[in-house]
Design a protein around this ligand. Structure first.
Ligand code: PGA
Length: 256
């Protein structure tokens, strides 16, 4: 089986002032010194990208945006293009987060336009999927996730190729910001399903290479159990990524 480097990603959402953002990065930088075999990523709000990039300096912390628009430029008031994100130093972009889907009516077709534009530019997409509580209770979790995968990655399906750098995130909506984490077994079940979907839609080699992060109330006390599952390759952390000591405990989960 392919070795997949674990990734711990912090999604700051619409939080932190500029100064707090800077201090958080300094603390993370300090706390990850000497750490190997794990990738750390932060996704600050657009307005902090520049400050955060400077604070990162030469440290091993990847920079992501939380969203983007699919056009390269033009009359799209309020939007930010992938090219602008690259200029701001981003290597990754989170796409299709459930808050985008649910609060801002983003459909999987729109997510796919963004995935297409990001891939064209060489920005690595972190594509989020996940069912609501109602869908889970109705026994539709797998069906919903599969539909989101198929539509959000329609361009990859058409090309019959999924770039191996692509990152997926399974984030059950009922576990986001609720303190209610999916159990490691519940999460693993869906992660495995996603990996099997990649295998049957693309090929085994791709399925073995793609990292699938889990997101939804990840905390220092549940990260190790989640990471012990074979198909969970990292975490997309919201609330617990805003405090350096908490986020660092998640990053250093291997130390127990
Ligand atoms: P949470 O958010 O860790 O606060 O539940 C996760 C996410 O939305 O990415």
């Amino acid at each position: 089986m392919a070795e997949r480097t674990p990734m711990i990603a912090g999604n700051w959402k619409m939080n932190l002032g500029r100064k707090e953002a800077q201090e958080l990065i300094y603390a993370i930088k300090d706390g990850i010194k000497g750490l190997k075999d794990i990738q750390v990523l932060v996704a600050p709000p657009f307005t902090h990208l520049d400050t955060v990039l400077k604070a990162i300096g030469g440290a091993d912390i990847y920079l992501a945006a939380q969203n983007m628009y699919w056009e390269m430029s033009g009359a799209y008031t309020g939007e930010v293009s992938g090219r602008m994100l690259q200029e701001a130093g981003c290597t990754h972009v989170i796409l299709g987060h459930s808050e985008r889907r649910n609060l801002f009516q983003e459909t999987s077709d729109m997510v796919n336009q963004k995935v297409k534009a990001a891939s064209f530019l060489g920005l690595i997409p972190i594509i989020c999927v996940g069912e609501t509580l109602e869908q889970r209770d109705n026994g539709q979790a797998f069906e919903v996730v599969q539909r989101q995968l198929e539509k959000s990655m329609d361009n990859f399906l058409a090309d019959q190729r999924m770039p191996p750098s692509t990152i997926l995130a399974y984030e059950p909506v009922w576990a986001i910001g609720t303190g209610r984490t999916a159990s490691p077994d519940q999460a693993e079940e869906v992660h495995r399903f996603i990996r099997e979907w990649i295998d049957s839609s693309f090929d085994t080699h791709t399925a073995e290479q793609i990292r699938i992060l889990y997101g939804g109330s990840v905390k220092p006390d549940n990260i190790s159990a989640l990471m012990s599952k074979p198909d969970i390759d990292g975490a997309l952390v919201g609330g617990a990524s805003l405090k350096s000591e908490v986020f660092l405990k998640i990053i250093r989960f291997q130390e127990g």
